[in-house]
Design a protein around this ligand. Structure first.
Ligand code: ADP
Length: 687
């Protein structure tokens, strides 16, 4: 197979440009995919650590935020506790999301909530008169701090005990008061307000003698007094009265009935706030007063309810490192802030609103989890409630850590199921293999066909050139003879009749040779056009083959060959006579052509099963097996043209093949160089 240098270059570039990069890319991708599982595992490990840090950081950050907010609120309360109840200067309270109540202590003394007059008397003008010396002393003691823990405890117990409602005083005095109250109520109903007020004043002027101010009746008296002033439209007096009751309230060290006092102030403040002519600044002042007062009452309530827990927390050793201590009990969750989180002797105890606190943490954690997908984890609250994430059915626990004290959060990380990643990688590898294989096969086939196409093209061109030279040679040889003999006769050089006859015969023969050659070319072109040009009929192949034999027998005999023929009758086939004739002619002529004397040629036509068979056997030169499939190609001739002794066009067997194909016949060839060849053509028998 000969390939020109250009074609070779092209093939090399084609293969090198596609096969080589494809192969390199494939190897690289293949290695990448192999690394994927390893990378995924490594990536997951790294992510998990980062995730764990993020979660822990988020909880710490949110807690710290709550501490900071509580600290800010407490500093605010430290700095201006008196102003919260300072009528006219009351400041808005800063509430902290997640915190239910804040309690401030300084040197163990409660600073806030502040429901005693000790700060109040300092800042208000009207209450100065009612502040007792006892309170002043107490305040001094508190501000200076306590000498020891025991005195601090005693003090706290006293303060808290003071808040406990005392039993009401009933008895004869109480009955008398009830009578007086009945009278006042009567006057009130009769709208005899002045009479009612007179009676009220008598009652109020002698509180200590009668001791009734420690009962809830006192609050009824106060409320009646206030209501009468309102009814009389003495709004200014009503306000002053309310404030004086408030001052008195702070004055007292015991709150007999928080509910009754709450009710009085709630009613009084609401009524005052509804006064039409109340100036804006006063309205604001009363509003703040009401808010602050209610809050402080509420806080005192909490302090009273959980006094043991508070005492325990207050007196417990504090965490000197962070200054933050948690205390969780069945009744409440507290945290204590002290030095170094707060400065000096300040201590803040905050009661946590667990739901709000939980929401804050949850929101922060949800934000973190969102940016970390595909990491199996769970955050469990109080050992059993899933707070965030989920607990897998079966997975190995990688790490477990305690996240937070109040909600008792437990953070667990689980082994990721690498099965999925492996499966996915396998799929991708499979796809990659497939694509690689497909690309390689395509490229190899492409290159192969390209190569074949190029070489065939090349061969065809060579064969056509060969054909032209051979045809022109074939045409020239008989023409030269014809010309020579004709010239000799024309010049009158040939006198004898026998010679003239001989030359005329020779001219005839050469002309026939020419005719045959042209016939072959015409036949070939006719075959090129295919079936369309054929005339189909049922004919006896024996007759056709016999005709060919009769026409060429002389040539063979002349060459010194012996013929064996057997033409069986009725070897019918469906076909075109001319095409079948040229098939038989080409095979028989080749047998004669390629057999030297004293060779033998056998020609047979017969039927076998459903076949009509035509066979030509010679004892000639034979055909090498490597050439056997080529000899049927167009213009193909075995060996080198120059060394070939026989003349031909290379079209004979091409014609035979085409005729056989169009007649759906098969050709088989058995040949051995130097021994001879047998061509057998089998047609479908035509009944
Ligand atoms: P041509 O005979 O014109 O060269 P063909 O197509 O008839 O062309 O044959 C192609 C080639 O096959 C021949 O060149 C010849 O070498 C070989 N060939 C054909 N028939 C025979 C045969 N009977 N014995 C040996 N070689 C043969």
């Amino acid at each position: 197979m000969q390939v020109s240098r250009n074609n070779l270059l092209f093939i090399l570039l084609f293969a090198g440009g596609i096969i080589l990069p494809t192969a390199i890319l494939s190897v690289l991708s293949f290695r990448n995919i192999q690394n994927e599982v390893f990378l995924a595992q490594k990536n997951f490990d790294e992510n998990r650590t980062a995730f764990q840090n993020d979660i822990q950081e988020a909880v710490a950050k949110e807690q710290n935020k709550i501490f900071q907010e509580t600290k800010n609120a407490s500093l605010f309360l430290y700095e201006q506790p008196q102003r919260l109840l300072d009528f006219g200067h009351a400041t808005e309270f800063k509430s902290v999301d997640g915190i239910e109540a804040i309690f401030l202590f300084n040197k163990g003394a409660l600073v806030y909530p502040d429901i005693s007059s000790r700060h109040f008397y300092k800042s208000t003008n009207f209450s100065n008169s009612v502040a007792s010396a006892k309170d002043k002393k107490l305040f001094m003691e508190e501000s200076e701090g306590f000498k020891d823990e025991a005195s601090q405890k005693r003090y706290l117990n006293k303060r808290m005990h003071a808040l406990r409602p005392t039993s009401f005083i009933f008895g004869s005095k109480s009955e008398q008061i009830q009578d007086i109250l009945g009278l006042i109520r009567y006057y009130y109903k009769e709208k005899k307000y002045n009479e009612a007020l007179k009676l009220l004043e008598i009652l109020e002027e002698n509180p200590h003698q009668q001791g009734y101010l420690h009962s809830d009746l006192s609050w009824s008296v106060n409320l009646l007094h206030f209501e009468i002033l309102v009814k009389q439209k003495k709004h200014q007096e009503a306000q002053d009265y309310c404030l004086s009751v408030l001052a008195q309230f702070f004055e007292d060290q015991s709150i007999d009935n928080i509910a009754a006092s709450k009710f009085f102030f709630e009613t009084a403040f609401t009524q005052i706030l509804s006064f039409e002519k109340l100036p804006q600044d006063k309205r604001e002042a009363f509003w703040n007063l009401r808010e602050n007062f209610n809050r402080q009452l509420g806080y005192m309530d909490i302090l009273y309810k959980h006094r043991d827990l508070f005492l325990e927390v207050l007196s417990s050793e504090h965490n000197s490192k962070t200054g933050i201590d948690f205390k969780k009990s069945d009744e409440a969750s507290l945290f204590k802030m002290s030095y170094p989180f707060l400065s000096g002797d300040q201590v803040v105890i905050a009661k946590i609103n667990e739901d709000a606190y939980k929401d804050r943490l949850l929101n922060r954690l949800k934000g973190v989890v969102q940016s970390w997908k595909n990491i199996p984890f769970s955050i469990v609250e109080s050992k059993d409630r899933v707070f965030l994430g989920s607990i897998p059915d079966s997975a190995t626990i990688i790490s477990q850590s305690h996240l937070e004290d109040i909600l008792d959060l437990e953070f667990t990380l689980y082994e990721k199921d690498m099965q999925d990643i492996r499966k996915e990688t396998r799929h991708r590898m499979f796809l990659m293999y497939g694509l690689m294989l497909f690309a390689l096969i395509t490229v190899i086939f492409g290159s192969f066909f390209m190569f074949r196409f190029i070489t065939q093209e090349h061969k065809l061109l060579a064969m056509k050139a060969n054909f032209l030279s051979s045809v022109s040679h074939e045409l020239k040889t008989p023409l030269t003879s014809i010309k020579m003999f004709a010239e000799m006769m024309a010049r009158g050089r040939v006198q004898k009749v026998e010679k003239v006859q001989e030359y005329s015969n020779l001219i005839g023969k050469e002309a026939t040779r020419l005719e045959n050659l042209i016939g072959a070319i015409l036949n070939y072109t006719r075959m090129e056009h295919g079936k369309g040009a054929f005339k189909w009929e049922r004919l006896d192949f024996s007759i056709c083959a016999k005709k060919v034999f009769d026409a060429v027998e002389d040539i063979g005999v002349e060459k010194g060959l012996t013929f064996h023929t057997k033409f069986d009758p009725n070897v019918f086939v469906m076909g075109d006579y001319t095409a079948l004739y040229s098939l038989a002619q080409n095979l028989i002529e080749n047998a004669i052509k390629y057999t030297n004397a004293p060779g033998e040629v056998s020609i047979r036509t017969y039927t076998e099963d459903s076949w009509s068979v035509f066979s030509v056997t010679d004892t000639g030169v034979g055909i090498p097996s490597s050439e056997q499939k080529n000899i049927f190609n167009d213009f193909y001739r075995v060996g080198d043209e120059m060394t070939r002794s026989t003349k031909g066009s290379g079209l004979g067997l091409a014609i035979v093949k085409r005729v056989a194909e169009t007649h759906r016949a098969t050709i088989s060839l058995v040949s051995k160089p130097g021994k001879g060849s047998t061509f057998i053509v089998k047609f479908k028998k035509a009944e």
